[in-house]
Ligand binder design. Structure first.
Ligand SMILES: [Fe+2]
Length: 294
């Protein structure tokens, strides 16, 4: 199977872009910048041109999650491999590549209709990331998507896309979450069941921060600004990430995480954290009505 290097960027549509921008500026501390045509608002927090693209939509929605597959040859291999497996793969147009600042990409839907992008040549940042508060971000860590059937999702991502299972965490019935990696980081992708009656969605994006100070500064900054805390400060059982989650008006949360576990492919065996595993080994839990796991 061809390789996947890492998660690249995420595209979302939001019902109120102005509101999302001001929330991101004031509460998250991110600096938005709009494209010349005003169609998208981008956010840069590490060494890439952007990691989040926000456009207008009738309702909050995930537009895509992009993964970097390395180079042009790798992308060609992926296109052929996916087509062979019967996946309807669409190549990205030159216009879309320009908008997304990527050399080339293909996109396809996962079993829940989440649009997945495989691309290469994601543009680096032209200027260093700046923030509206004291914060040091290392990289984009992962997304958690909600799905109809986590076992089906796990089979698709491991079997068809070559992700590697790190573990399952059974919080309770029916919240069983699978964690998948593409490199040494414990997970680049996680899938949880969506709430009854809800639709599959983007639940959170994780940004990996440099230190515990960044997590705690985030917590106190959000509280001082009167913003919502979804969960944390806490620590996850499986990936060991010390986290704080901030629900946004885009319908998804941003997790600021430190100490995310690295996995040795040779030695790791997928495990199951049995029913009753807490979301936070320190004893915290969901803290705001705006934050939902499903
Ligand atoms: Fe996470």
């Amino acid at each position: 199977m061809p390789r996947i290097v890492d998660i690249a960027d995420i595209g979302v549509g939001v019902a109120d872009r102005r509101r999302f921008e001001s929330f991101a500026e004031d509460i998250l501390g991110f600096v938005p910048f709009r494209s010349a045509d005003d169609v998208q608002t981008c956010f840069r927090w590490d060494d890439r041109h952007h990691r989040l693209s926000v456009t207008d939509a009738p309702a909050n929605e995930l537009r895509y999650v992009a993964f970097d597959v390395g180079g042009a040859d790798d992308l060609k291999e992926w296109s052929d491999a996916l087509a062979e497996k019967g996946i309807a793969v669409q190549p990205g147009s030159a216009k879309a590549c320009g908008e997304r600042r990527v050399s080339a990409f293909v996109e396809f839907d996962d079993p829940d209709g989440h649009r997945i992008v495989f691309g290469h040549g994601f543009a680096p940042a032209e200027t260093p990331a700046r923030f509206n508060r004291e914060l040091s971000v290392l990289r984009t860590g992962h997304v958690l998507l909600t799905v109809a059937d986590t076992a089906r999702t796990c089979d698709f991502y491991t079997g068809t896309l070559g992700f590697r299972l790190s573990d399952w965490v059974y919080i309770d019935e029916p919240i069983k979450i699978c964690f998948l990696r593409v490199n040494a980081r414990h997970h680049a992708f996680a899938a949880a069941p969506h709430a009854p009656g809800a639709k599959p969605r983007l639940q959170h994006i994780m940004v990996e921060v440099e230190s515990l100070d960044d997590v705690m500064r985030t917590y106190h900054h959000v509280r001082a600004k009167g913003g919502p805390i979804g969960m944390g400060p806490g620590k996850h059982a499986n990936c060991q990430t010390v986290h704080v989650y901030v629900p946004t008006p885009g319908g998804f949360a941003v997790e600021f995480g430190y100490g995310h576990r690295r996995v040795d492919d040779q030695r790791h065996r997928p495990t199951v954290y049995d029913i009753g595993t807490p979301v936070d080994v320190w004893g915290g839990g969901v803290q705001s009505e705006e934050f939902h796991l499903g």
